[in-house]
Design a protein around this ligand. Sequence first.
Ligand SMILES: [Zn+2]
Ligand SMILES: [Zn+2]
Length: 136
Amino acid sequence: MRWILLTAMLACGTDQPQRGADEPPATSVAPQAPDALEIRRKALSAEVRELVGELEAAGRYDCCVKTPCKLCSMRAGGCRCGEAARDGEPVCEECAMMWARGFGDEPVPASTIRSFLEAERQANGEICGKRPVTAE
Ligand SMILES: [Zn+2]
Ligand SMILES: [Zn+2]
């Protein structure tokens, strides 16, 4: 009987993580900070969504995807991505990404959609600020 108890104690001993006696158990550490940040993120996101709604009501938000982008509200205080998509001009990065995911909402093929960044790279013929290496 005695050796069984001893073995059990030894087994328990090996399961204990290496931790100082003063340290609190792992379960009582943290989550508070991430939660507070997540609450803030959600509040900001909801506020931006509200701003987009008001910009739309004011006739300053002509977006090109099913749920209007947020990027243009923060970057420009209005969105012209819808008009741009219809005219074959570049749209914002968020809209281009949503088009790539199948959420486009203009009567044009998704293949005609490109972001400002893509358009800029195409215009400059550059990759990361350098001319692409070409076979000679
Ligand atoms: Zn858009
Ligand atoms: Zn946009």
